[in-house]
Write a protein that binds this ligand. Structure first.
Ligand code: HEM
Length: 290
């Protein structure tokens, strides 16, 4: 397998910058390749030797523009009985992250210097680490993530011409924290399926079927999540970001959350948060991107 983009797995980074672009109609593959040179541009100040880390991925139109033959359809909006997920499919995705804000900002700017000339910036978010890797709801996010080889198996295409690449799902979720915080903590825990202070998963009998963990803990649909809190005091939420070796596993999990699977059960997460965007991407292996 070719090496994946290293930023997918780089752990413990604290500063994140997310950009989503829509390509200007008629952009050529050469123009897009040229615009991505900002990935290697020198930065204005000394950057840490091992960063910042960048992950670049493309929607179906971006892949077509580059002539990359990857089977990828646009994210299709989903409507469940009690909640919905919109599609805002865009063409180029950039995630820069590192251990300090300065170099992350500089690299995001160097990429925007090229991409801004051939595409419209439709989403920009800064992500941060909230306490010990908690979502803004106060629950630790990431505890159930696969680790080591299991993370690579979940996230990366194993065989064929795209081996080492990864499919990506991104969704910008906006929370209603006042609504969530009005719920007693033991009830919040039943909504998530884990304890709040120490993230202990409920065992079989105690796990409600509509808890978020019960909806998403599916052994044949493991994904590798790198979501992060976003926003300020007025509007805030989670930039959900996940990597998978195919897109079917995203679809299966989203349908289970929305009450569109056979059991018809809706995830209680929707009681306090809603997705406002949704895109699918493909992050080519490192060598192909270079
Ligand atoms: C605002 C949106 C979301 C929030 C706040 C959220 C939060 C959480 C939390 C607190 C956990 C338990 C700790 C952990 O294992 O990480 C969790 C688990 C998980 N979530 Fe989410 N999540 C969100 C959206 C999603 C979406 C859209 C998906 C699927 C596409 C998803 C898939 C998963 C998976 C696979 C697990 C691990 C289940 C397991 O194997 O134990 N989450 N999430």
């Amino acid at each position: 397998m070719r090496d994946p983009q290293a930023g997918i797995f780089q752990p413990d980074t604290t500063h994140h910058h997310l950009l989503e672009y829509r390509l200007t109609r008629g952009t050529t593959g050469d123009a897009l390749r040229e615009a991505l040179r900002g990935l290697h541009a020198p930065l204005p100040f000394q950057a840490p030797e091992d960063g910042p880390w960048c992950v670049i991925a493309f929607g179906p139109e971006g892949l077509r523009t580059l002539g990359l033959k990857v089977p990828l359809s646009p994210f299709a909006a989903l409507d469940g009985p009690r909640a919905a997920m919109p599609s805002t499919q865009r063409d180029v995705f950039v995630w820069v992250h590192g251990g300090s804000a300065g170099p992350v900002h500089d690299r995001a700017r160097s990429l925007h210097a090229g991409l801004g000339g051939i595409a419209t910036l439709e989403l920009e978010e800064r992500g941060f680490v909230y306490h010990d890797s908690r979502d803004l709801s106060g629950f630790v996010d990431g505890s159930g993530n696969p680790k080591g080889d299991e993370a690579r198996a979940a996230a990366l295409v194993a065989d064929g011409p795209q081996a080492g690449g990864a499919y990506v799902l991104s969704q910008r979720w906006v929370h209603d924290l006042a609504a969530f915080e009005a719920v007693p903590v033991d009830e919040q825990e039943r909504m998530i399926g884990r304890t709040k202070p120490d993230s202990v998963e409920f065992d079989g009998d105690r796990m409600p079927a509509d808890a978020h963990v019960a909806r998403t803990d599916v052994s044949e649909a493991k994904i590798f999540r790198r979501s992060m809190p976003i926003g300020g005091v007025a509007e805030h939420g989670l930039y959900f970001l996940a990597f998978g070796c195919d897109t079917e596993r995203f679809d299966l999990l989203l349908r289970r959350m929305l009450g569109l699977s056979e059991d018809g059960i809706t995830d209680r997460l929707f009681e306090f948060t809603q997705p406002r965007t949704g895109s699918l991407w493909f992050a080519p292996p490192a060598e192909e991107l270079a």
